[in-house]
Structure formats: C-alpha cells, structure tokens
Design a protein around this ligand. Structure first.
Ligand SMILES: Nc1ncnc2c1ncn2[C@@H]1O[C@H](COP(=O)(O)OP(=O)(O)O)[C@@H](O)[C@H]1O
Ligand SMILES: [Mg+2]
Length: 311
C-alpha cells in the first residue's frame, strides 16, 4: 500500500539530470598554486572551495577548512596539492539528481565535481546550484502546465468518448541496457501521457518515481534491455517492466532496502543505491515481481485511479 506521497520537489529530483543542475563554469585550482594564492582566488571569486585539477582531470578538492588549517600551521607557502583532500567523490553528468543528492545532504560533501564519459571535468554541483535549478524548473513546469492544459482537456475525454464495455489504452516503451544518456526518457514520456489523459497529479508523481526506478533497473541490470508496457483503464494504470535476463536468484534479498548487485563502475556513476525496488513498493498500490535465475524478470505495478482526493 501507498504510505507516502511524492512531492513536486521529489519528483523533480527524479527527473532532472546532474548536467541540468551543475554550474558549468568551474573555477579550478592548479596543483602548484600556493595556499596564499588559493585564499586570494577564493576571496576574489567568492567561492568556498574548488577542485584541484591538472587540465580537466580532478586531483582533489580544497575548501575554506583546508585554507584555515594551512594558515594555523603557518604553511601558506605550501602548494595546493599538498593540502587538498584526495578522498573526492566525482559524479557523472548523466546521473539523475536523485542518485547524488544524498552525497550533498546526508554525506555532507559541500561540492561535487561533475565529469563526462571521458572523465573530463565539466561542472560542479553544490546545494546552491541544486536549489537555483530546482526553483527555475518549478517556474518552467508551471508555464508548461498552462500550455498543456488544452491538450489534456482533449485527451482526458478518451474514456468518455469511446464506447465499449471496457476500454484500455496500451503504451509501449523500449529501454536499452547501459544507455545512460537516454535512461529516464521512457519514464518522462509515460508521465506526460498520464498527465494528458487526466490522471491526478499526486498519482502521476508516484507513477513517475516508480517507473523511473523500473526503467533504471532495465538499464543497469539487464543483458539486452527490456520493455515497459503501460495499460491505462478508467480505474487503474497497470505497468509492467519486462526483460529477458539475466534474472534474479533470490527475490527476497533484492527487496531489502540497500541491497544492490550493481557493479563498481555503475556505482561510481552514482547509481546502485539499492533503494529502487523499495521505492517502487512505497509508491505503487500493488507490486509483484517474478523472476528466475537465467530467465527473465517481470515487474508488475498497479496504481488505482479512482481516489476521490482533489486534483
Ligand atoms: N530487471 C532486473 N534484472 C535482474 N536483476 C534485477 C532487475 N531489477 C532488479 N534487479 C536486482 O535487484 C537488486 C535491487 O534493485 P534496486 O532495489 O532497484 O537497487 P539497485 O538498482 O540500486 O541495485 C539489483 O541490484 C539487482 O540485483
Ligand atoms: Mg534500481
């Protein structure tokens, strides 16, 4: 059963990529700069920290803490590379905000360098850049909502206009494996389609989160991708995510929050926190997962639509 509503901000976190939220003009410190020069740079550019980089390769991070430590130790002539923090978390520009937001929040990294597929530094993510981008998107999504109103009005009559004993609308989406650049597109199209047929926003948000997680599992965990099928009826939406392998050995284990078999390189991109299936369960009215080791996996989730809460 549903035990938590998804807010607009949570939804945005799920549908926004790091690339859209990062500051693309990164101020970098070179490894040979003295700490005095670093302090001056930070003061002049009004920043509280920066990556230490050799060209576009990140070597470490420096912030006000390191400057203060160097100052107290009378080591302001020493170079950046001797004072930087080398335990750096770098995130991928293709990751969704949901995968990295905990690093800024709970894990307390004040800023995260962003790199592209080639490991080149392309931006920086801070709480400030995230908030600015989210506020901007809330504004855009308000304008989009207005623009979409007419289209939705027409589409939402489909179940009244078509006469049958039982009408259902079936939408299909193909999801490729390991295609991180396109990951999330199916969920965003599904979200838009449900909005157009007039599904309540609070339900659309829950569907969007669940389908995002289902889509990411096809991208991350399958051999050759899979398919998402959305079956819409007047009273419910039934979504299936189907693939042909490699299948799941222990179904009970994978439902445990935090359990993940995602390989290192995928975790390095920020995915694989092991919360996907529990998030789906939390959002959907019912969830069923069928799988065998060596066979395929089939995830079925259902959302009831005839809830009489106000839109
Ligand atoms: N379609 C799938 N095919 C094979 N394994 C899957 C599939 N979906 C989920 N799993 C398994 O379930 C685990 C938990 O999934 P999830 O809760 O989404 O966490 P995460 O995707 O972060 O690992 C995955 O690590 C993987 O082992
Ligand atoms: Mg997952």
């Amino acid at each position: 059963m549903v035990d938590q509503e998804i807010t607009k901000v949570q939804e945005l976190i799920y549908t926004t990529k790091v690339e859209a939220v990062m500051a693309p003009d990164v101020i970098v410190v070179s490894p040979s700069m003295s700490m005095t020069q670093v302090k001056e740079l930070m003061r002049k550019r009004r920043i509280a920290g920066a990556p230490v980089a050799d060209g576009d390769k990140v070597l470490g991070m420096l912030g006000t803490t390191e400057v203060m430590t160097a100052m107290e130790a009378g080591k302001m002539d020493s170079v950046a590379s001797e004072n930087m923090v080398t335990d750096v978390k770098i995130v991928s520009k293709d990751a969704y905000l949901v995968e990295v937001i905990n690093l800024l929040g709970r894990e307390g990294f004040p800023r995260l360098p962003v790199e592209d597929q080639d490991g080149k530094l392309v931006g920086i993510l801070t709480t400030g850049t995230v908030i600015k981008a989210l506020l901007h998107q809330m504004e855009i999504s308000y304008q989009q909502r207005e623009a979409e109103r007419l289209q939705r009005y027409r589409a939402s009559h489909i179940f009244q206009d078509i006469i049958s004993d039982d009408t259902s609308l079936v939408l299909r989406y193909i999801v490729d494996d390991k295609d991180f650049a396109n990951a999330g597109k199916a969920s965003s199209m599904i979200k838009k389609s449900l909005q157009r047929v007039g599904v309540l926003p609070s339900i659309v948000r829950r569907v969007a989160v669940a389908v995002y997680e289902a889509e990411m599992n096809l991208v991350i965990h399958t051999d050759v991708g899979g398919e998402i099928i959305v079956d819409i009826r007047r009273e419910r939406v039934h979504i299936s995510a189907v693939d042909h392998g490699p299948g799941i050995e222990d179904l009970e284990q994978v439902l445990r929050p935090g359990y993940s078999t995602a390989p290192e390189w995928i975790r390095d991109m920020g995915f694989g926190a092991g919360m996907g299936l529990s998030n789906i369960k939390r959002c959907a009215d019912t969830m069923k997962i069928l799988s065998t080791r060596g066979g395929g996996t089939r995830l079925d989730i259902i959302f009831l639509l005839n809830q009489d809460s106000p839109g």
